[in-house]
Design a protein around this ligand. Structure first.
Ligand SMILES: Nc1ncnc2c1ncn2[C@@H]1O[C@H](COP(=O)(O)OP(=O)(O)OP(=O)(O)O)[C@@H](O)[C@H]1O
Ligand SMILES: [Mg+2]
Length: 373
């Protein structure tokens, strides 16, 4: 029975406050926002005060306070709780991104995402490239026992680099789809500052993937500190901090590999596979057009003419060409036909459209949440 303290009459004893928190992409659970639980463990009473985070009022994280007449019981309770937080966390096996909120870095929140469901046929890359990346990121963990038996480390770092719009993020989405049950933590732009937190979560919630999108942004940004690229080095240190046998894959993407190279060379061993995601060659451009025009009966000739005429463009441009053809046909009140595709090519490949092409190349959201749309 809890006695009302006379000392603080302004805080009368009342029922707990509840709040709803996300526990999955489309799921919420009611949890205690402010309340005390009175429990007994092995005959020892414990009072557990639970308070939600409130960054606005200077409480960046949720708080738990434990009171017991036997201090060792409180310590033991906390240690069991910590273990269970790791093994039974609602984050385990989910795809989440860590986001900055308006109160600054201390109020880091977790956003759940639907796991993407791309198949290998949705990703058009030079022969063998997708398998290579996928074997390293996902396949390796499937042979965990064998690697361990032979004393080989499981922790791995993959760098995907190449021009904007070639499919680095798209490839990551495919990997996420292929690794059901794996916890994925996505950081991008400013939220890369949470790398230490992400690495801790990744270790606790193994098997995991830590996705570091557009790493060049932090190589570029000196505002995070005084020395050169402090945050980038922090990222690399976090990668090194995990045990070798941690089933954690770090996947870095960048379209400015030149900016990362020096840092990577100074901290060798973090990235054990660097793969260029190149601009598509003519046969890949044709495959991309076929992929994005699945529903449309363009002739083989129109596809091949388009592929020939779009040398040097990105994968995302192929998608845009199909979209423009569909829009042009709709505006003209006609069915989509070869002529619409070919005039979209004329339009986008004109010298005057150089800026548009380059803007289209930069693909989706620079802040990376396009991974898990
Ligand atoms: N190789 C590809 N196969 C199929 N579709 C692709 C491919 N590359 C890009 N796309 C399409 O273009 C869109 C943009 O590509 P994506 O975001 O993966 O580019 P990126 O390489 O991550 O670029 P950035 O460097 O700007 O982040 C994708 O969502 C996808 O629809
Ligand atoms: Mg990207």
């Amino acid at each position: 029975m809890l006695q009302q303290a006379q000392l603080f009459p302004q805080f009368p004893l009342a029922q707990p406050d509840y709040t709803n928190l996300a526990i999955g992409p489309n799921e919420q659970r009611q949890v205690v926002a402010l309340g005390i639980r009175l429990i007994t463990r092995s005959g020892v009473p414990l009072a557990v005060l639970q308070r939600e985070a409130s960054p606005r009022f200077g409480r960046p994280t949720a708080l738990l306070e434990v009171l017991s007449p036997e201090p060792s019981a409180a310590a033991e309770f906390l240690s069991v709780l910590r273990t269970q937080l790791q093994t039974r966390s609602v984050l385990k096996g989910q795809v989440v991104s860590l986001t900055m909120d308006e109160y600054g870095s201390s109020g880091a929140g977790v956003t759940f995402h639907e796991r993407p469901s791309l198949t290998a046929a949705d990703v058009i890359l030079p022969e063998g490239l997708l398998d290579k990346v996928s074997d390293h990121a996902v396949g390796m963990a499937e042979h965990r026992k064998q690697l361990e038996a032979l004393g080989q480390h499981l922790k791995r770092g993959i760098l995907l680099y190449g021009p904007p719009g070639t499919g680095k993020t798209h490839t990551v989405r495919y990997l996420l789809g292929r690794s059901k049950g794996t916890t994925a933590i996505i950081l991008s732009g400013g939220s890369l500052a949470y790398i230490a937190e992400a690495a801790r979560m990744a270790r606790a919630l193994q098997p995991s993937m830590v996705i570091l999108e557009d790493c060049d942004l932090i190589a570029e940004d000196r505002s995070f500190g005084h020395g050169p690229q402090p945050l980038l080095f922090e990222v690399l240190d976090a990668m090194d901090g995990l045990d070798d046998d941690a089933d954690v894959a770090f996947i870095l993407t960048t379209n400015r590999v030149d900016m990362l190279e020096r840092a990577l060379a100074q901290r060798p061993g973090r990235v054990d596979l660097a793969v260029e995601i190149p601009l598509p060659e003519v046969q890949e451009r044709a495959a991309l057009l076929e992929l994005y025009a699945r529903e449309i009966a363009f002739s083989a000739e129109a596809i091949s003419v388009t592929a020939e005429r779009t040398a040097g463009t990105t994968a995302s441009l192929a998608k845009e060409l199909v979209r423009r053809a569909v829009v042009a046909a709709a505006l003209a009140g006609a069915d989509v036909a070869d002529e619409h595709l070919l005039s979209a090519v004329d339009e986008l490949m004109a010298d005057s459209a150089a800026l548009t092409r380059s803007l289209l190349g930069s693909g989706g959201d620079r802040h990376g949440l396009d991974i898990a749309e």
